[in-house]
Design a protein around this ligand. Structure first.
Ligand code: GLU
Length: 449
């Protein structure tokens, strides 16, 4: 069974890049009839906040991306301890005593010589006596995972194709701080094993982490931490960038609240993000099942995916225009019926605008000032107004005959008098909603204004 996970750190709100990763993991699981897990990566007690955990859940709920289960790293510390001990016994973790400043100096020296800033494994040269001395000085060690330099690291990436890393070109990652707290690397590998994760789909900023984590999986299985299973399939999607093609700060803070405020429907965001950066056309697809069925990692490109607000707005508008009355009824102004929805719908770019247009029916409308000619014309209109199947057609036909007016001169003063605006929904649909008495009153009022 396919199991995917979305693993945000609750140190802030979800942004559009996270939302995309969550969505793709959800689609990957749904397409395979599998499970999608929400994993809260909250080992960093200082930066993690409960309010963000709640916001992440609420945002996913708004998006309709429903997890099939939720896990929290802070509740799994004993598992990480178990894994740590197993790896320690197997000689795959080691203690280190360098201070942050010392590490920084080492790094700068390497960089100044044009060398990659790989940790020199200085701590491996320490003797038991050296370590005892450090600890006597009150220095607590931090811990690194020891990469196996002889083991080639290779995987077939779901997006990037064949990947190959030389372990000697990577630093042994710090997995645990001196205060005993965990960094991201090991807990994530342990969770993926324990939770039976089969597919890890994340941003390409994690490619080198994958190289390291593949060795962690192998080391954990070799040390018999758990019964051996295949290592997950890994896929790394290209980053999301702004329309200008640059990583933008704005995108990093653009989340569900901002979209909601702009009247963006969750489905518009889903339709866009589902296919952005793939070779499939981005379309206003309201049916998620269609997106799920056509989801295909092999269509993902390696170039950064460009997020464009204007494209999102276009999709949103197209989706609003597809919405049926029953779907939106609970979000419409009181008294607005199906005919009202159909009259106003083509004029909407977001659903929020509906009350503005509905006001043209219920009033009060804005008053437009008319010239003397138009006063007479509108007085005639008030007289000629009669009610039937299509009062707008009746009124305009009669006025055309009587006044000889046509085109704009015929229609615009009527629209202005009846709605207070120069443009708007189709008058043929609007006029029956305004009603005979109200329409006549508006025409008469305008005739004297
Ligand atoms: N908490 C990690 C992050 O947000 C998870 C990465 C992963 O998917 O493994 O970057």
């Amino acid at each position: 069974m396919t199991v995917t996970r979305f693993a945000p750190s609750p140190t802030g709100r979800l942004h559009v890049g996270n939302i995309r990763t969550a969505l793709h993991n959800w689609m990957l699981a749904k397409k395979a009839g599998g499970r999608f897990l929400l994993r809260i990566d909250d080992t960093d007690a200082e930066r993690s906040r409960e309010e963000y955990v709640e916001a992440i859940r609420a945002d996913l709920a708004w998006l309709g991306i429903e997890p099939d289960g939720e896990e929290r790293q802070s509740q799994r510390l004993t598992r990480y301890q178990d894994a740590f001990e197993v790896l320690l016994a197997a000689g795959r973790v080691y203690s280190c005593y360098e201070t942050a400043q010392e590490l920084d100096v080492k790094r700068k020296i390497l960089l100044s010589r044009g060398l990659p800033p790989i940790y020199d494994r200085g701590a491996l040269k320490l003797t038991d006596a050296d370590r005892a001395e450090k600890e006597a000085e009150g220095i607590q060690p931090h811990w690194r995972f020891k990469l196996d330099h002889d083991e080639p690291i290779e995987w077939e990436d779901g997006v990037r194709g064949a990947q190959k890393f030389d372990a000697a070109q990577l630093s042994d990652p710090v997995i645990r701080r001196a205060d005993g707290s965990w960094l991201y690397m090991l807990p994530s590998a342990v969770d993926d094993i324990d939770m039976g994760v089969t597919d890890v789909l994340r941003g390409e900023d994690h490619v080198s982490n994958t190289a390291t984590q593949i060795q962690m999986f192998t080391a954990l299985y070799a040390a018999q931490y758990a019964a051996e299973k295949p290592i997950p399939n890994f896929a790394h999607e290209a980053l999301l960038v702004g329309r200008e093609g640059k990583l933008s700060k704005r995108l990093g803070s653009l989340g569900c609240d901002a979209f909601r405020e702009k009247g963006i429907e969750p489905q518009a965001l889903i339709a866009l993000l589902a296919r952005l950066g793939t070779s499939q056309a981005v379309e206003p697809i309201a049916d998620r099942q269609v997106l799920v069925d056509t989801f295909d990692l092999s269509t993902f490109g390696r170039a950064p995916a460009k997020f464009d607000d204007a494209e999102l707005e276009r999709i949103n508008t197209a989706l609003v225009h597809q919405m049926e009355f029953a779907e939106v009824q609970h979000r419409l102004p009181a008294g607005m019926d199906e005919a009202g929805w159909h009259a106003v719908r083509p004029n909407l770019t977001t659903l929020d605008e509906v009350s503005e247009w509905w006001r043209l029916v219920t009033g009060p409308i804005d008053q437009v000032e008319f010239s003397g000619d138009d006063h007479a014309y509108l007085a005639q209109a008030a007289q000629l107004l009669s009610w039937g199947d299509d009062p707008w057609h009746g009124l305009t036909t009669a006025l055309k005959e009587v006044t000889g007016r046509k085109g704009k001169a015929l229609f615009l003063p009527l629209r202005q008098a009846l709605t207070g605006m120069d443009h708007g929904p189709d008058m043929k649909e609007l006029l029956p909603l305004i009603g005979e008495a109200e329409a006549r009153a508006r025409l008469e009022h305008a005739a004297h204004y």
